[in-house]
Design a protein. Sequence first.
Length: 220
Amino acid sequence: MPQLEALIFDLDGVITNTAHFHFIAWRKIANDLGFDLSEADNEKIKGLSRMDSLIRVLEIGGMSFEEAKLVELATAKNEHYQTFIREMTPEDILPGMADFLEQGKAAGLKLAVGSSSKNAPIILEQLELDTFFDTVVDGNGVTHSKPDPEVFVKAAAQIGVNPTAAIVFEDAMSGVEAAKAGGFCCVGVGDPAHLHKANHVIPNTVGLSLDALKEQLNFQ
Ligand code: B16
Ligand code: MG
């Protein structure tokens, strides 16, 4: 049985529900261009980088634009999205997550964030978690975004832990694929229909127990 040494958390949709703000902001871009986005469409773009998300959104609307217009649309989406995240407080940490983070810390585990978001530093500051983690790797520090494993591999390297000794928590299909491609054990947070590639899926973060998870996933 391997020894558990680290927990690596996706940010949007796992520590806090910014996933919903992303959806509202992308939907506004789509609506302004004359089409709509459904929750099902949103599942396919969750976890992707800003530009990869925009390209998927435009595909849904059957549209494509040149680079300058893409940058303009991505900037407009981000400005709208930032109006929501600037209002966030520690109350926006998902239920059960603050307690679970403390369980991890009390057990002496390394704790890291692996997020595609370039807004991760602002969000962590709003949640008053900016100094909590041993390392944060976000969209500002990677070349390849999820489903590429780079973000998680880099986080594990920065805390000096082998992927086989860590659990990654993810709410997005692309993020589960990234974790698995990096050789991590992955807990999906959300609907098993989207997250079936994870080692284990939990519906939400309520009542998360480190001891129960270790037993479920065969960690010491
Ligand atoms: P930004 P995560 C991801 O964060 C979101 O899930 C994804 O929907 C978003 O497009 C991406 O960050 C980029 O975000 O526009 O803020 O750079 O889930 O990997 O923490
Ligand atoms: Mg996420």
